[in-house]
Write a protein that binds this ligand. Structure first.
Ligand SMILES: Nc1ncnc2c1ncn2[C@@H]1O[C@H](COP(=O)(O)OP(=O)(O)OP(=O)(O)O)[C@@H](O)[C@H]1O
Ligand SMILES: [Mg+2]
Length: 455
């Protein structure tokens, strides 16, 4: 078995790794770090949560040590991911005098421009904001020796391609390029042929492989049953849960629905301000909120310990996003559950997902007898009949509660807490902190760099 010392890393970096609790390199790290250190181009494909970030950040930091000027640029698709990657510089950089500048949208240009003018060793950026700085002549990329595209396939898809082309035109032609992702669909091969000569291909897992310890299932469900089913599932355990929806508007709607049902929830999507986004993600990480309702802005790369359950309330538009979304659970030796809701109209999407991952997802029957499910269906029906009632509980909900009070033995199978209700005041189970640390006992010693600070 390889250890970090055999990968060609300096003794200073080895000490930093030890301090961070990294005992052994993961397979992608063992195979990608030596060629990246040697200056080779690398295309690295490995499942979600298997340590790709350190696989490119450690060589970048090692190569920048003791040098002057900006030598590397890391591009990532979202602000949160760029900030998370930059935490690796905070953790592993200082011992080697390596500093980084984080350049993301939604925050003031001034401090970023100042950091860029200092010509720190590494820039970690989202493309749009980096272009703003290029336009304002705050940054010169001509000294860049290494370009990293994390989530490479996403960075090369139609959404980012024009921005990326502009950035590429400002980089030296001769450079090292590192591409990493758990999926390598679409434009990656074509881009690699043009811009990434003679790469070392490290494929630990076939593109599209889902997280090994994520237990996956699908509910075939009618559209109007999705919210009741969500509530019923959330009442069955106390797991920290990430709920993915299709649009920002739906994220707001489902968030409000959960809040009204007394579930401790927050939301993350592109129409929220950066401080709101930060508040939500930090609150979700720390356990302040049990549920995060998010769009695909949270699908890629985000590393939150202890997410026990990912629920695809809506199936993703692209099958690759299924792999990334459910990869928010079962990371780094942890286990987790991934549940998807498929409406009758979603047949093609479901087939595309199963084609990509290479197997058929187990179907589970919608628990139409579940008291929480039944009560929420009833509440909705009653609300349709009389839109004025939504402040109060329905008779069905009250009945469920009464039944539970009379038959405590049944509660084991039944959900925790009160029946769903509206009106904002959390019920008995509401606002509870999820049990934290249950899964982490089984985990490797390593922690995401910076985790201690950010929590
Ligand atoms: N060698 C290691 N020892 C212990 N923990 C590690 C090691 N390498 C990485 N980790 C931890 O594993 C977690 C997942 O790593 P990372 O975020 O890099 O995964 P990833 O492969 O980039 O996943 P994704 O495809 O979802 O972006 C992080 O918390 C990281 O700190
Ligand atoms: Mg990653």
């Amino acid at each position: 078995m390889t250890n970090f010392a055999s990968l060609g890393l300096s003794s200073e970096l080895l000490r930093s790794l030890e301090r961070a609790g990294y005992q052994q390199p993961t397979p992608i790290q063992s195979q990608a770090i030596p060629p990246a250190l040697a200056g080779r181009n690398v295309i690295g494909c490995a499942a979600t949560g298997t340590g790709k970030t350190a696989a490119f950040m450690l060589p970048l930091i090692e190569r920048a040590a003791g040098r002057k000027g900006t030598s590397a640029l890391v591009l990532a698709p979202t602000r949160e991911l760029a900030q998370q990657i930059a935490e690796y510089v905070d953790t592993f950089g200082p011992a080697h005098g390596v500093r980084g500048a984080v350049v993301v949208g939604g925050l003031g240009m001034g401090p970023q421009a100042a950091a860029l003018r200092e010509k720190r060793h590494l820039i970690v950026a989202t493309p749009g904001r980096l272009i703003d700085h290029l336009d304002q002549k705050n940054v010169d990329l001509s000294s860049i020796e290494t370009l990293v595209l994390d989530e490479a396939d996403r960075m090369l898809d139609m959404g980012f391609r024009p921005q990326l082309e502009r950035i590429l035109s400002r980089l030296p032609r001769r450079r090292q390029t590192l591409l990493f992702s758990a999926t390598m669909a679409g434009e990656v091969a074509q881009f690699a042929r043009r811009y990434v000569p003679d790469p070392v291909q490290v494929e630990i897992h076939r593109s599209g492989t889902t997280a090994e310890r994520a237990e996956q299932r699908v509910f075939k469900v009618e559209r109007h049953e999705k919210a009741p089913l969500l509530l019923a599932l959330l009442h069955r355990d106390e797991e920290t849960t990430l709920v993915f929806v299709r649009t920002k508007h739906r994220a707001d709607k489902i968030f409000r629905f959960l809040e009204n049902a007394g579930i401790s929830a927050t939301r993350l999507h592109g129409d929220r301000s950066q401080s709101q986004r930060r508040h939500s993600l930090d609150g979700f990480k720390s356990g302040k909120y049990r549920v995060l309702v998010a769009t695909d802005v949270a699908a890629r790369g985000i590393d939150v310990e202890e997410i026990g359950h990912v629920i695809n309330f809506d199936l993703p538009g692209e099958p690759e996003d299924y792999v990334h979304r459910i990869g928010r659970t079962a990371r780094n030796a942890a286990s987790g559950r991934a549940t998807s809701f498929a409406e009758p109209d979603d047949r093609d999407e479901l087939l595309a997902i199963e084609k990509l991952i290479g197997w058929q997802l187990p179907r589970e029957a919608v628990p139409r007898e579940d008291p929480v499910f039944v009560a929420e269906m009833e509440r909705r029906k009653a609300q349709e009949r009389d839109p004025g009632i939504h402040g109060g509980r329905t008779r069905a909900q009250l009945e469920v509660q009464r039944e539970r009070a009379q038959a405590p033995a049944q509660q084991k199978a039944a959900p925790r807490g009160a029946a769903p209700h509206r009106g904002g005041r959390p019920g008995a189970g509401a606002g509870q902190q999820p049990p934290r640390g249950r899964r982490s006992a089984a985990r490797g010693a390593g922690r995401r760099p910076g985790a201690a600070r950010s929590r």
